[in-house]
Design a protein around this ligand. Sequence first.
Ligand SMILES: [Zn+2]
Length: 214
Amino acid sequence: MDTDRSVGVCGCRAVMPVTIHNGRKIMHKENLSASEALKKLKEGNQRYLSATSNPGDVSPAIRHETCENGQSPYAIVITCSDSRVIPESIFTAGIGELFVIRVAGNVMDKHQLGSVEYAAGHLGCNLVVVLGHDHCGAVDAAINHKPGGYVKYITDEILRAIGSEKDPLRASCLNVERAVSVIKESLDIKEGEGPAVCGAVYHINSGEVEFLDQ
Ligand SMILES: [Zn+2]
């Protein structure tokens, strides 16, 4: 797999990645800018607040179209595996719109970083959102329990983010902020270069997404 990036007339970073997949060249549609993608996420969340089902496009037509022409998701979303947190529903998105990375506690490790690097570098995503949430079992486990087994890898990472914070919502915010920092530092993303990386918290009762530092 390879990517050929063209430079737009304004000299901005390429928005039309070409992916070579199994010897076949796939020209992706023009990706949204970070600010356009953020606006779309916010609008999608507003629609979700009064929705009773997900009106995102999952039709046979979009399946065929994305199968033939490849995917051009407009945002990368890293979020928790919690069954109450469904990114495509939360942002009213359908097939081909969001590149979603899910892991309990939305913690970052090399596999998640590789996924972000791939989607930003090869699919042309210009926005990365780390989406934590309230009432998070992983955050609660880190604050109040001492889990063993593989769960400990997750809670240890959360503890590195939250320190001695005991308030669950503040801890979730700190955990999101750490993931944002890890992404920027690990992928060497400078301000104004590469994809924009931001944090957000999803409120599972109201359905509202609160973007941090906005
Ligand atoms: Zn969670």
